[in-house]
Structures are given as C-alpha cells and as structure tokens.
Design a protein around this ligand. Structure first.
Ligand SMILES: NC(=O)c1ccc[n+]([C@@H]2O[C@H](COP(=O)([O-])OP(=O)(O)OC[C@H]3O[C@@H](n4cnc5c(N)ncnc54)[C@H](OP(=O)(O)O)[C@@H]3O)[C@@H](O)[C@H]2O)c1
Length: 259
C-alpha cells in the first residue's frame, strides 16, 4: 500500500472513529443509476423565496442536477439546465417552471454559479473540454465516486486527502464549493423546506467568500447549511458513506463531524 493510500485509509478510519456503530444509510447510488427518463421525486414542501437571486447553471441534468436545480429555481434563482444530452436539459426545463435549457457552454457563460452534477469519472474529459472557460467561476460540486460506474477514478480518489481536493485538481482557477454529496436526490426532494428542524447539509469550499455563497445557496434550497472550515480539505469530514452521510439535522451533523 502506498504512503498516500495509507494516509487516506488512516484518515478515513480516524473520521469514522466513534461512529462505526452507525449503520451506513442507503443511497440511490447504491442501486444502479436509473436510466432515462429522469425519475422525478416531487418536492414535498414549499421553498421560501430568496432575497438574493443568482444565475445558476446546472451541468448534468440527471437526478441530482435536475432536483437541486429545481430547488434553486423554486427559491427564485434563475436556473439554466444543460447536459451533454440536450434533450434531457430541455426536459428538465420543461418540467421546472421558470427555468430554461442551454448548451453547457451557454450555461457557463450565462451563470454566476455552476452546479456540476456529472458522473465522477467524467471529470477528466469535462475538464479538458470546459476547464478553461470555468476559470474564476464558482462551481458547486456534489459528485461522488461510484466504483461500479467510475472505473480508475474510484481507485485514484482513495489516494487523495479528500474527494473535494481531487475534484479541484480538474478545475484549476475555480472557486469550488462542495455540497449535496451526502444524501440521495430523493431525500433532498422530500426533505427540502420541511417544517421544524431542517435537514442539515455540510458545505466546504476553497475560500471563505465561496463558502459564504455556498452556505447561502444551500439555505435557499430549503436546508440548514453546516459550514466546515479548513478549505476544501474540510470536505474530508463529510465523504459519502462517512458518519455525516444521510438525513440529519444540523446538530446531528456537527456531532457526526466532531464540530
Ligand atoms: N443520485 C444521487 O442521489 C446522488 C446524490 C449525491 C451525489 N450524487 C453525485 O452527483 C453526480 C450525478 O449523479 P446523478 O445521479 O445525478 O447522475 P445522472 O442521473 O446519471 O446524471 C448525470 C448527467 O450528467 C451527464 N453528463 C455526463 N458527462 C457530462 C459532460 N461531460 N457534460 C455534461 N453532462 C454530462 C450524464 O449524461 P450521460 O448519461 O450521457 O453520461 C447525465 O445526464 C454523480 O457524481 C453522483 O455521484 C448523486
């Protein structure tokens, strides 16, 4: 086992310490990703309107992109859906009122923030094609490695300090914020805007200003954002299937992450 791999495994064990008793929640990703058409899970609760609408481009308009894009749109953000399959982006735009569809390049050019919800294994080719046009932009990253789908990338990520820092390697010059990776799209649709204590969502980012925007957007979508410090390395505290995964309140999340 390489030194890096050893460190990564030691870190994962450290993070899981005290939480090993928790049963890993079940995720939509544990099952095969549903084929098109996108299977809509209705948004169960009203989402309050944001005071600060932004232009948000969704790249990858499948389960997570379609659903989180919908939550942003319901809160009053201007959402443009895109996908390498134009028909899927158009279908999402037709489904979610107030949104529109465009090409990936149009979404990048037109948006303040990009939610990039593509398969993890697509990062290298996506970066080659669009990396230069993303420089200086804010990117929200919900992507997780799935060994059944993402091949070699799923092995390499285990040698990295965190998934967020690995994704950052494909997005030089981008202000990166990691969120919406710890539960399933169905949970996000069902829990967003729920009455009483909101569902907590951990957020980490490459810098403080980007973290503040990420926190605001997660709150706008109907959740209780839990900012995690330490730059993108903070995202190591909320890897998929770690102690912070699943549907939790903000208080439960903080306990799970040792905050
Ligand atoms: N599903 C969940 O509940 C969930 C929860 C948390 C995080 N995530 C993460 O979110 C990401 C998306 O998952 P998902 O379930 O939403 O997957 P999905 O339903 O398959 O949607 C991903 C979409 O991105 C498209 N795509 C692939 N490469 C692209 C590119 N270069 N440019 C533009 N679009 C591209 C895919 O097209 P093709 O089908 O043609 O490849 C597909 O339409 C994954 O990394 C996943 O780990 C998923």
């Amino acid at each position: 086992m390489s030194g890096l791999k050893t460190r990564r495994h030691a870190m994962m064990l450290g993070l899981a310490a005290g939480a090993l008793a928790a049963v890993a929640p079940s995720f939509a990703q544990d099952a095969p990703i549903p084929a098109r058409p996108f299977v809509e899970v209705p948004v169960a609760h009203p989402i309050p309107r944001t005071a600060k609408p932004m232009k948000i481009g969704v790249i990858g308009s499948g389960n997570i992109g379609g659903t989180v894009g919908e939550l942003f749109a319901k809160s009053g953000h201007q959402v443009i859906y895109s996908d390498r399959d134009d028909a899927l982006a158009k279908a999402q735009a037709a489904r979610v009122s107030g949104t529109r569809a465009g090409t990936v390049a149009e979404a990048i050019a037109a948006s303040d923030v990009l939610l990039i919800a593509i398969p993890f294994g697509a990062w290298p080719s996506f970066s080659k094609q669009y990396g230069a046009s993303l420089k200086g932009k804010i990117v929200m990253d919900p992507t997780n490695s799935n060994p059944a789908r993402d091949g070699e990338m799923s092995k390499i990520v285990l040698t990295k300090p965190s998934t967020g820092e690995y994704v950052a390697e494909f997005l030089p010059g981008v202000k990166l914020v990691r969120a919406f990776n710890t539960s399933s799209y169905a949970s996000f649709a069902k829990e967003a805007g729920r009455p009483g204590e909101k569902m907590g969502i951990p957020v980490a980012a490459s810098d403080d200003a980007t973290l503040a925007i990420g926190v605001r957007l997660v709150n706008d979508a109907g959740f209780d954002a839990v900012p995690v410090g330490g730059g993108l390395h903070g995202s190591a505290k909320f890897e998929l299937r770690g102690p912070a995964s699943g549907v939790k309140t903000a208080a439960e999340l903080k306990t799970a992450m040792g905050q």
